[in-house]
Design a protein around this ligand. Structure first.
Ligand code: ADP
Ligand code: ZN
Length: 490
């Protein structure tokens, strides 16, 4: 069986060896057992079900929610001489019937189906009359309400296990934190499946995160000039306005920087994107609108001038660096202002409360990640349930260990200051009170008479800022966005 898989890999797909856990996953299915696969985009998930579909007798049924992707895959397989077809809403009735006929005759190796069609009684009956090799459920996170791409049709897919208990199933996804993964296993009845998590590490990417002390753009410029002059890079910002400002600033310093955001006309965006792809040393300054489907292997750095809204987003965006495997940087600079802005964007969106709760949790995890004093790669991999035995030696906290100290007393002072001022003020004001600043505003509120006034002179404003960030990252304080970013005790 093993030889058969390798033979298909060589002769049909033209690759000499399996990557990572591909072989183990393929053997699992060929042996008739179930698998849950977590692998990042580009990791090579498709082969994990395509090869067993070919190696086993019968047709492999692949469930995919993305019609365009389905068609691309089928076209690619046909090119390789594999007998593959798809069934979705783009086919007319006659073509659909023809595919169904091929399915019944056992002429297909693989059939891609949209979930809403697969779960119809009519189609399930058809499947009962056809020889089936396996079921592959692609984009399996769509079954989870915890994720962002929830699709109700996916819930129905547990029926595959009920109707076809003897046929092996494989569920695959690139984005699954622990709660999502649990939901996939539970909802698809994959409790007995083996879990394969692999390939999330991008060892050539060096992660570093630091705080914006008000000079982020100068720091960015210095970083680019020192480390990545004349190399391709992407700079992510949260707002269109900031994208424009940063692109203009970098250009004024002689760099080849171009803005990219949804407010620009389509031809301009197209032009900037193709210059990025074809010219050397172009830096794209962009909102999150940029990057989907961009496959440029030699992006040497991805910089964030704001906090991304989740670790998934951070991983995905930084993952656009160094696809060629050569040393690359993921560089980020952020401030507490970003947390306030992101929370405001979240709270004012028209998503429902359950969705907002998930988003808040994801942002909190991102903030915690940013404030880490231990290896970032280990934490990042842990988030995706992948793991790394030793600290990586290629992230900022590994390269320049963060000095930690017992902050019990200062944390008490910081929290007390929040409480005594009635949880109505932001970090800057709180620090002014702790430092005992002589300010009209403080006097006006009578806060110069509080016991916390001036009790924090052992630290400077920058250090207090770091204390407050740590307290927020540890969820001991929360930022109230309905007010003006005032801190509250949790
Ligand atoms: P995913 O679905 O995980 O995003 P794909 O299955 O599309 O990833 O694979 C990404 C790329 O890697 C494809 O171009 C694929 O042909 C290639 N690939 C996958 N497995 C191997 C392998 N064992 N050897 C070489 N290339 C591979
Ligand atoms: Zn590290």
């Amino acid at each position: 069986m093993e030889d058969k898989a390798l033979h298909i890999l060589n002769s049909t797909f033209g690759y000499s060896e399996f990557r990572d856990q591909q072989q183990a996953i393929i053997e699992q299915l060929i042996d008739g057992r179930d698998a849950v696969v977590l692998m990042p985009t580009g990791g090579g998930k498709s082969l994990c079900y395509q090869i067993p579909a070919m190696a086993r007798a019968g047709v492999g049924i692949i469930v995919s929610p993305l019609i365009a992707l389905m068609q691309d895959q089928v076209a690619a397989l046909k090119q390789l001489g594999v007998s593959a077809a798809f069934l979705n809403s783009t086919l007319d009735a006659a073509s659909a019937r023809e595919v169904e006929q091929q399915l019944l005759c056992g002429e297909l190796d693989m059939l891609y189906v949209a979930p809403e069609r697969l779960t119809t009684e009519r189609f399930l009956n058809l499947l009962e009359r056809a020889p089936i090799a396996l079921f592959a459920i692609d984009e399996a996170h769509c079954v989870s309400q915890w994720g962002h791409d929830f699709r109700p049709e996916y819930i129905q897919l547990s029926i595959l296990h009920e109707r076809f208990p003897a046929i092996p199933r494989i569920a695959l996804t690139a984005t699954a934190d622990a709660p999502t993964r649990k939901e996939i296993i539970h909802r698809l009845a994959l409790e007995n499946a083996e879990l394969f998590v692999s390939g999330f590490d991008r060892p050539n990417i060096r992660y570093s995160i630091s705080q914006n002390q008000g000079n982020a753009k100068e720091q960015l410029l210095r970083f680019i000039l020192n480390e990545h002059e004349n190399e391709a890079g992407i700079v992510y910002c949260l707002s269109r306005k900031k994208v424009e400002q940063i692109a203009a600033w970098l250009s004024s310093k002689g760099l080849n920087a171009l803005p990219y955001h949804a407010g620009l006309s389509a031809p301009i965006r197209q032009q900037h994107q193709s210059r990025f792809l074809s010219e050397d040393g172009v830096i794209i300054v962009a909102t999150i609108a940029f990057g989907m489907g961009i496959d440029k292997p030699d992006v040497r750095c991805v910089a964030h001038l704001n906090l991304p809204k989740s670790i998934e987003t951070y991983y995905q965006e930084t993952g656009r660096a160094g696809r060629d495997g050569l040393p690359s940087d993921a560089w980020m600079m952020y401030g507490l202002q970003d947390v306030i802005m992101l929370k405001q964007m979240m709270e004012t969106s028209d998503a429902d409360e359950a969705h907002k709760r998930v988003e808040r949790h994801k942002l909190q995890s991102m903030l915690g990640f940013s404030e880490l004093t231990t290896c970032r790669r280990q934490a990042l991999l842990k988030y995706f349930d992948d793991h790394l035995e030793q600290p990586c030696g290629n992230c900022d906290t590994c390269l320049v260990p963060v000095e930690t100290w017992d902050a019990t007393v200062v944390a008490q002072k910081a929290l007390s200051c929040v409480y005594k001022t009635n949880q109505r003020f932001g970090v800057t004001y709180l620090i002014d009170v702790l430092l005992g600043k002589d300010m009209a505003r403080i006097k006006q509120f009578g806060h110069d008479r509080l016991s916390v006034y001036g009790i924090g002179k052992e630290l400077d404003a920058k250090q207090w800022n770091s204390v407050y960030r740590q307290l927020i990252a540890r969820n001991l304080l929360s930022v109230d966005v309905e007010g003006h970013g005032n801190l509250r005790l949790t």
